[in-house]
Write a protein that binds this ligand. Structure first.
Ligand code: NDP
Length: 334
């Protein structure tokens, strides 16, 4: 039976302007990094996408290399965009990225004009779209002149292949430079994508978050749950179908000390009337520079639990903020 979206979906989500732009993004968005490739059956992929839609999640985040295998996440979403989701295209923000290894040879990676144009054309083909809403340069390129990357991004917008531009994993200095160049060229650069969560505050300490704020861009935070560590998922051991069960290094990071910290955080969350995952998402959203938290999910229940955060309070008292810092043995921040 054809999918019909929940008519109340827009009452279930809050939307925020993305930096200084007219683009509104849902406070909770869905990323396609790990769970939408060939390792997941098509019925589950449908279920995850339709659940997200029904929760009012309008932003689906992809990249050329998401899967596994590379390209398969775009191909799988493309199948839905050609069928069940076709009537909803204008309600959706579809993003993709280029800049990580995609095919062998000198043009399959990084930030050259050659790579960005070829990769985006391949992405559009897989997605079955004429344009993406946001095209991100996926990571800084130490070898290509920044002017070349910036000019290519501007030309991609001029050709109508992307509506807005984003930069992913740029540090403060490169962000400052790229932002100035994109503004000089009147390119609609509106969003930065960076890792940010209670355990990883690099963008707070290295000036990136302040630069995003100063430049009036939106921040879309990835890995807000630290791949699921900041949820109830591992409080009672490692479940079979979890990321930790598949990734040895990640499992090793869940030391006894870390698990003890997570239990204490879980108690703080319970006092706030939230699950640990919800508190972790609210903690990221508490700063207005953060437009959206970009969640990964392997079940519809995870999406529903996480999407509910959009209508919860993102206010943290000083006592809560300091006790979270103390539990994690980190310097006090506000
Ligand atoms: P998260 O930190 O949100 O981790 C997602 C994982 O956490 C899920 O796959 C699931 O793991 C678990 N999880 C999610 N919700 C719950 C819940 N309520 N209870 C228990 N466990 C839960 O994000 P990701 O690291 O996956 O990143 C999210 C998105 O960000 C990506 O899909 C991608 O779009 C983007 N990203 C961008 C990057 C970039 O370079 N720009 C880099 C990395 C990500 P499990 O599979 O174990 O169920």
């Amino acid at each position: 039976m054809a999918y019909t979206a929940n008519p109340d979906r827009y009452n279930n989500m809050n939307y925020a302007p993305c930096g200084h732009s007219g683009l509104q993004l849902p406070r909770v968005a869905l990323g396609f990094w790990q769970n939408f490739g060939t390792n997941t059956d098509p019925a589950t992929i449908k279920d995850l996408c339709f659940t997200a839609m029904d929760c009012g999640i309008t932003y689906f985040d992809l990249a050329n290399n998401y899967g596994p295998e590379p390209g398969s996440a775009e191909r799988n979403l493309g199948k839905l965009l050609r069928t069940d989701l076709k009537p909803y295209r204008d309600e959706l923000i579809i993003s993709t990225k280029a800049g990580h290894p995609m095919w062998p040879g000198p043009y399959g990676n990084w930030g050259s004009r050659k790579h960005l144009f070829a990769s985006l054309d391949q992405s559009l083909e897989r997605l079955g779209l004429d344009y993406v809403d946001i095209f991100y340069h996926h990571r800084m390129d130490p070898n290509t002149p920044l002017e070349e990357t910036v000019d290519a991004l501007c030309d991609i917008v001029k050709q109508g292949k992307a509506l807005y531009i984003g930069l992913s994993k740029y540090d403060a200095a490169h962000l400052e430079q790229a932002s100035r160049m994109l503004e000089e060229r009147h390119c609609p650069f509106v969003v930065c994508q960076n890792r940010y969560n209670m355990l990883d505050r690099t963008i707070e300490t290295n000036g990136t978050k302040d630069t995003i704020y100063k430049k009036e861009k939106g921040l879309v935070a990835f890995s807000p749950l630290a791949r699921g560590a900041l949820s109830g998922r591992y409080l009672n051991g490692i479940p079979n179908a979890s990321y930790a069960a598949r990734n040895h290094d990640f499992a090793k990071s869940l030391t006894d000390d870390r698990l003890a910290q997570l239990s204490c955080l879980n108690a703080v969350a319970a006092e706030r009337g939230q699950t640990l995952a919800q508190m972790a998402l609210s903690w990221v959203l508490r700063d207005n520079v953060v437009t959206s938290v970009l969640i990964g999910a392997s079940t519809p229940e995870q999406i529903r639990e996480n999407a509910a955060v959009a209508s919860q309070s993102h206010h943290f008292s000083d006592v809560e903020v300091f006790s979270i810092d103390d539990i994690l043995d980190l310097p006090h921040t506000l």
